[in-house]
Design a binder for this molecule. Sequence first.
Ligand code: DX5
Ligand code: ZN
Length: 227
Amino acid sequence: MISRNIIAPSLLAADFTRLAEEIDLINNSSADWLHLDIMDGQFVPNISFGMMVVQAVRKLCKKPLDVHLMIEDPGRYIEQFRESGADHITVHYEACPHLHRVVHQIKSTGAKAGVALNPHTPITSLEDILEDLDIALIMSVNPGFGGQQFIYQTIPRVRKLKSLITTKNTKTVIEIDGGVGLHNAEVILQAGADILVAGSSIFKAEDPIRTIEKFKQISDNLETKFA
Ligand code: DX5
Ligand code: ZN
């Protein structure tokens, strides 16, 4: 089971000319996971990086690698991403006509399995697969680019998913990705999120380590409040 109150910086916003230093920064911070965005120029209108970069990051990074596949027909590459060092593999609902098969393919590699929903995809799409999922990722921007504005309709969607998880009594954790910053972390966590992905707000900050620390403080404070 995945624990809650997780902060996952997204490498997409890092300075790729200093990748080793950026990963070292994550190693020396209180971040829980490192989030890696894989984009194929088909499912999303942008191309990021592939397995070779995941392998290189794996060699340097001491934290679990949370791999978010924004690619068409991701079933073609699950084993390769796992072998490259992914600890969690999340695929998009919209990219998988045979979602159940792909989720079990991920699990058979030993990785944790996640499914992501685009901002317009109904939360209820996950209803019949929820018990098989370790992670349910709600996109809070349209996938493809870092640095976009958080879509506030995400908040009621998080509440809806949280109540579905509670009703079904599954161990699924809720991950939110896109436009997350110190200004909206509390409201997102209050709605029921367990994992915050943050790219620009961490890597573009003046002091990324301190920013990660502040994210952790916000979630720790809420945890004590609700304990
Ligand atoms: C968007 C990616 C995100 C992205 C978030 O398609 O899935 O993980 O890196 O970046 P920020 O935090 O800058 O919105
Ligand atoms: Zn992502």
